[in-house]
Design a binder for this molecule. Structure first.
Ligand code: ADP
Ligand code: MG
Length: 731
C-alpha cells in the first residue's frame, strides 16, 4: 500500500495541501495516521429530545453556516443549523465568526453544550457558544443501545483525528473505509513475525489498523495502540542494534595508556575527582583498548563533572601515537579528538575549560565555530594578559590545515566540526555533548576512506529521561552513569513561591548580589510579540521583564537579556559580560538551559514555572549549582493551583533529574518530557515509554532476531520496513 493516495481516493487541490502539511502522501501514510483520541456517544441525544437548560451532545450535519453581526452590540458571530434524522437546531457563537468558516455546510459535527430557549413562548431552542468538533461519522444508534447476542453492546467510539485546514476527520475516516475495502488491503503484509505477535498477544497488522481507526470498542483500540507502540519500539531497537553491529565491524585506534599516566594528569586538576568520575574514566580506558570502537553514553546530572571525564580521556588520545605507517614503519603526531557541543557559547566555554586542563602541556587545542576559529597556545604570550585565555584568533583555513596535518590534536566546536571540509589526520575519539541526533551515519562520515578507522564515541548527556526512553533511544550505547556530585556541593535550596511573594525573592537576589554573587531571572517568553502568538499575555517575557526590573526594582545594578532571537555574536557578548561579572542579573529565556556555566551565579528566579516540565526546570536550576556556594532557586508559578504547586514540589523532594523525568512522565504524559520531538519517536511510541515491560520485550526480541539473522536476510519484510520508514541510516 505504498502507492499514492490519489490512486484510491478523490484528492482535491485543497486536500493535497493539507495532506502535505500532515506529511501524508501514500496510502500507508494515511493508515498510520492514527486518531488522537476517541469520542464516546454516551451523553449524546437526538435533536427531537432537546429540552431547555439541559447539557447534552448531539451529532449531525451542518446544513447552513454563516457569519453576521450581532443585533445591538455589532459583535461578530457565527450561526449554523445542524440537522440529524429527527430534526434541526440552531447554534450561535458570539465573537467566534471563524467557526462558520471552519465548519462549512455538509460537515459532520458533534455539538455539546447547554440548550437555551428564546422566542415568545420560550419554545425556540438553540445552542449558545457550544463546543463543536468535527467527527468522522454520525453514530448509528444514539440513545438506544444495540443488543448483540443477548448482551448489551454500546455504540462504538468514534475516532477523532488531528485536522488541518482542508482535511476533516470525516474525510480521513471515509477515505480509510475505502482503503479497507480495497483488494490491496488484503495483501498487506505484517513486518512483525507471527511468533512475536502470538507471544505478546498482539493483533496482526491488518486487524490492528481496523481496530485503531474503526474500533468496535475501546478495548480493541487499546490493543491496536499497544501493537503499534510495540512495533515502533521494536523497529527502533532493531535499527539501533544493527547500527551498533555495523560500527563493530570497523577497526578502532587502540589506545592503551596506563591508568597512572591519566592519574598524573588528573592530579593537576583544581579538584579531587569523584568516585563516579574515576569509574567513568576507567570504563572508557577499558573500551579504548578493547579492540572495538567504543560506543558509550555518559549520563550525568547537570554539574556532575562530565567535562573533566572528557578531558582526562582526551588526554589518553593525545598520549597515543597512531599506528606505524606500513611503508615507512614510522609513526607521526598524536591521535586526535573532536569535541562537539550544541552551541557557540558552549564551544567557547569548553575551549576555555580545556585550556585550563591542558595549559601545562605542549598540546595544541583548536576552536571552530560558525563565527570564527581560535588556537591555543598563542605564540604571543601577552595574550594571557587582559583576561585573555592565551589563545589567538586564526583563519579557518589555517586551522583546517593544522587539523589535517595532525598538529592540532584537540578540536572543540559546534557542528562546524563535522563538516566535509574538516579533514582529520588521525581522528580517534569523538566526544558529543547533548546532541541527541548524532547518529551512526554522522559518525561513519568521520571515517577516512583511506584508513577506515572508526573513532571511539562518547556521547554525554544530562537530559533527564526515563529509563525506558534511554533504553530505546540509546539502545546502541553502553551506559555509564555519573550519579554523584562533586564533594562539597551544597544542595540548591528550592522555593516554590506564590506571585504575591515576588518582592521577597527580589530582596534575596539583592542580598546575594551584595555578597558578590550574580543572578538569573528566567522568563517563559522572549518578547511581547512572542507572547501574543501564544495568546497568553500574562506570561512574562525576558525583554520586557529586563526593562521593568531595571526601572522599578534593581536600578542600581547592571541587567542584561539573553534569548534565542539574538545573533550568536550578541549572545556571546551577553554571556561574556555575565561571566566576567559585569552583568549582575541576566534575564533570559530557557536558552541558558543547556550547559551554561557561570560559577558565581548562585540565585535563580524562574517565572511562569508551570510552563516548564519538571526535568527542564531541573536543568535550568542546574545553572546555579556550579560551585560550592550555597545556591537558591525560586520557582514562581503564575497559576498557583494546588495541582501546580504539588507538581512543582517534586523539585525539592526528588533525588535527581532522572526521578523528575519519571514524575513528568507519570503526571503529564510523554509530551511533558523536554522536547519530545527531538527523540524522533511518534506520539504512540512515546506512550510506550510509559511501559517498561513493553520496551524491554521489544528490545529482547530485536536482539534475538539479530543474533540469528544479523542482516535480516531471512526477514525481508522487516528489512523493507526499516528502509521504507526512513528509520535506517544505512547508506
Ligand atoms: P556537567 O556534567 O554538567 O557538564 P561540568 O563538567 O560543567 O558539569 O562541571 C561543573 C563544574 O564542576 C565545573 O565548574 C567543574 O570544574 C566542576 N567540577 C567537576 N568535577 C569536579 C570535582 N570532582 N570536584 C569539584 N568540582 C568539580
Ligand atoms: Mg556539560
Amino acid at each position: 500500500m505504498n502507492f499514492k493516495l490519489e490512486e484510491i481516493a478523490r484528492v482535491s487541490e485543497g486536500h493535497r495541501a493539507a495532506l502535505k502539511k500532515l506529511k501524508i502522501s501514500t496510502v500507508l501514510d494515511l493508515l498510520y495516521y492514527f486518531p488522537v483520541r476517541y469520542g464516546d456517544t454516551s451523553t449524546a441525544t437526538t435533536i427531537d429530545k432537546l429540552v431547555s437548560g439541559a447539557h447534552v451532545a448531539i451529532f449531525g450535519r451542518i446544513i447552513k453556516a454563516s457569519t453576521k453581526k450581532a443585533f445591538r452590540s455589532n459583535m461578530p458571530m457565527a450561526e449554523a443549523v445542524v440537522e440529524d434524522d429527527t430534526g434541526k437546531v440552531k447554534c450561535i457563537w458570539f465573537n467566534q465568526a471563524y467557526i462558520a468558516k471552519m465548519y462549512t455546510e455538509g460537515s459532520l459535527v458533534k455539538i455539546e453544550g447547554v440548550i437555551s430557549a428564546r422566542g415568545k413562548d420560550k419554545d425556540e431552542l438553540y445552542f449558545s457558544n457550544p463546543h463543536i468538533e468535527s467527527v468522522a461519522r454520525v453514530p448509528d444508534a444514539i440513545g438506544d443501545s444495540l443488543f448483540v447476542d443477548g448482551g448489551k453492546e454500546s455504540e462504538p467510539p468514534y475516532p477523532i483525528y488531528r485536522e488541518s485546514k482542508g482535511i476533516t476527520s470525516n474525510w480521513i475516516y471515509h477515505t480509510l473505509q475505502k482503503i479497507f475495502k480495497d483488494e490491496n488491503y488484503e495483501k498487506l503484509q505484517d513486518p512483525i513475525p507471527e511468533s512475536i505477535l502470538t507471544k505478546y498477544n498482539l493483533p496482526s497488522l491488518k486487524t490492528a489498523l481496523v481496530w485503531i481507526h474503526a474500533p468496535r470498542n475501546l478495548k480493541h483500540a487499546e490493543a491496536a495502540r499497544k501493537r503499534f507502540a510495540f512495533e515502533e519500539i521494536f523497529l527502533l531497537q532493531l535499527e539501533r542494534q544493527m547500527e551498533r553491529n555495523a560500527v563493530m565491524q570497523f577497526k578502532p585506534y587502540v589506545v592503551d595508556i596506563p591508568q597512572e599516566t591519566i592519574d598524573t594528569f588528573t592530579s593537576k586538576f583544581p579538584f579531587e575527582l569523584t568516585d563516579g568520575q574515576r569509574k567513568a574514566i576507567t570504563d572508557i580506558l577499558r573500551d579504548f583498548k578493547s579492540g572495538h570502537p567504543m560506543s558509550r553514553l555518559l549520563h550525568g546530572d547537570v554539574g556532575s563533572g562530565k567535562t573533566a571525564v572528557a578531558a582526562a580521556t582526551t588526554y589518553a588520545l593525545t598520549m597515543t601515537r597512531p599506528m606505524k605507517d606500513r611503508d615507512t614503519r614510522q609513526s607521526f603526531g598524536h591521535l586526535q579528538t573532536a569535541y562537539m557541543v550544541p552551541t557557540e557559547i558552549l564551544a567557547k566555554q569548553h575551549f576555555d575549560s580545556f585550556i585550563k586542563f591542558f595549559q601545562h602541556l605542549p598540546i595544541n587545542i583548536g576552536l571552530i565555530t560558525g563565527s570564527g576559529c581560535r588556537k591555543f597556545p598563542s605564540k604571543v604570550s601577552s595574550n594571557f594578559r587582559n583576561g585573555n585565555n592565551g589563545s589567538t584568533e586564526i583563519s579557518r583555513n589555517q586551522l583546517l590545515k593544522w587539523v589535517a596535518n595532525g598538529e592540532i590534536p584537540i578540536l572543540i566546536g559546534t557542528h562546524a566540526l563535522i563538516q566535509k571540509s574538516v579533514i582529520w589526520k588521525h581522528l580517534g575519539y569523538v566526544v558529543i555533548d547533548e546532541q541527541h541526533r548524532f547518529g551512526t551515519a554522522q559518525r561513519k562520515k568521520l571515517v577516512r576512506k583511506d584508513n577506515s578507522f572508526m573513532p571511539h564515541l562518547l556521547s554525554m548527556t544530562a537530559t533527564p529521561i526515563p529509563r525506558t526512553l534511554a533504553l530505546t533511544f540509546y539502545g546502541d550505547l553502553d551506559l555509564t552513569v555519573l550519579d554523584e556530585m562533586p564533594h562539597g556541593r551544597k544542595k540548591v535550596i528550592t522555593g516554590i513561591v506564590l506571585p504575591k511573594h515576588r518582592e521577597e525573592v527580589y530582596e534575596k537576589i539583592r542580598k546575594e548580589i551584595q555578597a558578590g554573587r550574580q543572578a538569573y531571572v528566567i522568563c517563559p517568553r522572549i518578547d511581547e510579540a512572542d507572547a501574543d502568538k501564544s495568546g497568553s499575555l500574562k506570561l512574562r517575557s525576558a525583554v520586557e521583564e529586563m526593562k521593568r526590573l531595571k526601572r522599578d526594582v534593581f536600578p542600581e545594578y547592571n541587567l542584561d537579556v539573553m534569548h534565542s532571537k539574538m545573533t550568536p555574536k550578541e549572545k556571546d557578548l551577553a554571556m561574556k559580560k555575565f561571566s566576567s561579572g559585569a552583568t549582575h542579573i541576566l534575564v533570559s529565556t530557557s536558552v541558558v538551559e543547556v550547559g551554561v556555566s557561570v560559577e558565581n551565579a548562585t540565585v535563580m528566579l524562574i517565572e511562569g514555572a508551570e510552563r516548564f516540565g519538571l526535568a527542564q526546570l531541573h536543568q535550568l536550576r542546574g545553572r546555579v549549582v556550579r560551585s560550592n556556594h550555597q545556591a537558591y532557586c525560586y520557582v514562581l508559578a503564575e497559576n498557583n493551583s494546588d495541582k501546580t504547586v504539588e507538581r512543582l514540589k517534586a523539585l525539592s523532594t526528588a533525588k535527581n533529574g532522572f526521578e523528575l523525568a519519571e514524575y513528568d512522565l507519570a503526571l503529564r504524559g510523554a509530551g511533558a518530557l523536554t522536547g519530545d520531538k527531538q527523540w524522533g519517536i511518534t506520539d504512540i511510541g512515546m506512550e510506550a515509554i510509559r511501559n517498561l515491560r513493553l520496551v524491554e520485550s521489544a528490545r529482547t526480541e530485536a536482539k534475538m532476531i539479530l543474533q540469528s539473522d544479523p542482516d535480516l536476510a531471512t526477514h525481508p519484510l522487516l528489512q523493507k520496513e526499516l528502509d521504507s520508514r526512513g528509520l535506517s541510516h544505512f547508506e
